[in-house]
Design a protein around this ligand. Structure first.
Ligand SMILES: NC(=O)c1ccc[n+]([C@@H]2O[C@H](COP(=O)([O-])OP(=O)(O)OC[C@H]3O[C@@H](n4cnc5c(N)ncnc54)[C@H](O)[C@@H]3O)[C@@H](O)[C@H]2O)c1
Length: 586
């Protein structure tokens, strides 16, 4: 077993790692020293001449040189001998730099197949240890207490992905605590992120759904659990998770709703809550929703309303659910008068995202979800746009490479975290959350005009994005190069490559009923050169250009704006929070 030691500067990764490696006769590798050796100079000099970006590139190269994790030990004798307690022997200990965890792809390369332990200590302890040591570039020349506290807060969700060892106290005590932990069985799967937020806990990993779910249920002190799912998700993933919950000693009440949108009818909702009542579920018994967005919306609404609200845990199994619907607390069912017209805000206690569940998803479902992912990129995440430009086609196809390279995991993390940040700042959709509506005004209208049958939600959003680009160009906030870039991305993803085949009068009628009106004017979310603005004073001709572009398919923007876009100028009422927070590499 390879052991990765993570943690902030001053947590003692190198000292503890060396000590434990020596005791186990295992090689020790300090990633920062490996970078210095390869560069032929100290890290402070690399920062001086190449900046942080240069250092991070060298760090990535050093991580890639590590190669894949050594195969996990079965019954093969290990060179290092048996670890205490008969747990997997340690083959190699790798201490990583404090900031190596920031990049999602680094975590993917470092954490998969390895045991990850974070050494944690309060800022005061870390600073005492750092005084007198070599200068740490990211803490140099500023208020070190404030800097370190800020660093810890920003990185908490990544450090918390690993198992944790208290790193306060003398070196030998920390090493002993680490060895005690290593004597326990290795956790299953790979955890990439674990964040406790005001809208619930979010975990993201690969093959780690069961341990993370059990952890969430333990935090709720649950003894009985309603596992609500639908046939496909149940057969592929739910049944196994329910068996794992039962094996852990909890009572499981399995409840199946119909697949897809049929889970969101009034009749299906009534059957679900009646089954919950028949099973005598009590107020403390959580609902675990295992499935896509439709199942999550329906189970979430049942959890929001049964006994005036029971705890909810989402285990989203579609790309739409992982990057969008499971996060944010919106639950709903449909009525004949309209989709999602009856609902409630009910925040989940935890959202357990396991990207490995996406491998079984039909191609069309994965592709459609990329419409939402492109939206998140357009909100201002440059790295996400680049990822999509490179990998959207292979992600849609479900190519093994897209999963193995970490592209799917990075995409899910970038989108899901953007949604957490936006929703946490505006839980009830008063202002900032509106930016999530990019592409949705015309998109929803197209989806509705198609009767919610022929066109999937993400496909409609893709058409809607084209419409928003055309509106933005018509009012002069969207530069033509930005519109062209997003158009190319739609083509790469294979989205909106045919006209949606719905009538303009129907789209106009549905647009007039959009929920995002303020004072009779629709609030438009429009792309800028690096994010979005929200604008209410959009003239009718611009709206017409947007509708025409969306209904025309590829090439629709040029046709609808007569090839003469007005020069971009910034207008509007609110810049995208995503544009200001997610654009820079983290
Ligand atoms: N609450 C929100 O904030 C929010 C946001 C976006 C969308 N939504 C809602 O989400 C719904 C769409 O969600 P969706 O796109 O996930 O569709 P979906 O829930 O209908 O699932 C799509 C299909 O995938 C199947 N499936 C689920 N998991 C699978 C897996 N791992 N492998 C193979 N098949 C699997 C399902 O059985 C279904 O047939 C809509 O009802 C929409 O209104 C809600």
């Amino acid at each position: 077993m390879d052991l990765v030691l993570a943690g902030p500067p001053g947590s003692g990764k190198s000292a503890v790692g060396q000590l434990v490696a020596a005791r186990h006769g295992a090689p020790f590798l300090d990633l920062d020293r490996a970078i210095e050796t390869a560069a032929g100079r100290p890290i402070s000099a690399i920062f001086e001449t190449e900046g942080e970006a240069g250092f991070r590139a060298r760090e990535r190269a050093a991580i890639e040189r590590l190669g894949p994790a050594r195969p996990r030990q079965g019954d093969r004798a290990a060179p290092g001998g048996a670890a205490p307690g008969g747990a997997a022997p340690i083959e190699r200990i790798i201490a990583i730099g404090g900031g190596a965890v920031v990049d999602p792809r680094n975590r993917w390369l470092l954490f998969r197949g390895r045991r990850v332990v974070t050494l944690s200590a309060p800022p005061g302890v870390l600073l005492r240890r750092l005084r007198g040591g070599p200068v740490r570039p990211l803490l140099a020349g500023r208020d070190p207490v404030a800097m370190l506290s800020d660093l810890l807060a920003r990185r908490a969700r990544w450090y918390a992905a690993g198992e944790t060892v208290d790193a306060t106290g003398p070196l030998r005590s920390v090493a002993r605590r680490l060895e005690e932990l290593l004597a326990s069985p290795e956790p299953r799967g790979t955890s990439l992120l674990r964040a406790d937020t005001v809208i619930g806990r979010l975990t993201i990993g690969d093959g780690d759904a069961l341990p993370r779910l059990l952890e969430a249920l333990a935090a709720l002190d649950a003894r009985r659990v309603a596992c609500v799912s639908e046939p496909a998700a149940w057969r592929l993933h739910g049944e196994r998770l329910a068996a794992g919950i039962a094996n852990a000693g909890l009572e499981v009440v399995p409840l199946l709703a119909p697949g897809g949108e049929a889970a969101k009818t009034v009749a299906a909702y009534a059957r679900l809550v009646r089954a919950m009542a028949a099973a005598r579920l009590e107020r403390g018994d959580p609902v675990v929703a295992i499935g896509g967005g439709a199942l999550g919306d329906a189970a979430g609404f049942a959890a929001a309303t049964y006994l005036r609200g029971v705890p909810l845990v989402h285990v989203p199994t579609t790309l739409v659910a992982q990057i969008d619907s499971a996060i944010g607390g919106k639950t709903a069912i449909d009525i004949p008068e309209g989709k999602n017209l009856v609902g409630a805000f009910h925040q989940p206690r935890a959202v357990v995202v396991d990207v490995s569940t996406l491998a079984t998803l039909p191609v069309r479902q994965r592709r459609a979800a990329l419409g939402e992912a492109i939206k998140y990129g357009a909100l201002g995440d440059e790295r996400l746009l680049e990822l999509l430009e490179r990998d959207a086609a292979s992600i849609a196809r479900g190519a093994r490479r897209a999963f193995e390279s970490g592209a799917v995991a990075e995409l899910v993390e970038r989108c899901a975290w953007a949604k957490v940040e936006i929703v946490a700042a505006d839980e009830r959709e008063q202002a900032g959350r509106l930016v999530l509506n990019l592409g949705h005004s015309i998109g929803h209208a197209i989806e509705a005009a198609a009767g919610y049958r022929r066109i999937l939600h993400g496909e409609a959003v893709a058409h809607g994005l084209r419409g928003a680009l055309a509106v933005g160009m018509a009012v002069g906030v969207t530069p033509p190069e930005r519109a062209a870039r997003i158009e190319r991305l739609l083509a790469t993803a294979g989205l909106a490559q045919e006209p949606p085949g719905v009538g303009e009068p129907e789209v106009r009628a549905h647009l007039a009923r959009d929920k995002k009106h303020a004072g009779g004017r629709l609030r438009w979310v429009l792309p800028t050169d690096s994010g979005v603005v929200v604008q209410t004073d959009v003239p009718d001709e611009a709206v017409s250009a947007g509708i025409a572009a969306a209904l025309a398919g590829p090439g629709g923007i040029a046709a609808s704006t007569s090839g003469a876009p007005r020069s971009p100028r910034r207008r509007g009422s609110a810049a995208s929070p995503a544009a200001s927070t997610s654009g820079a590499p983290r």
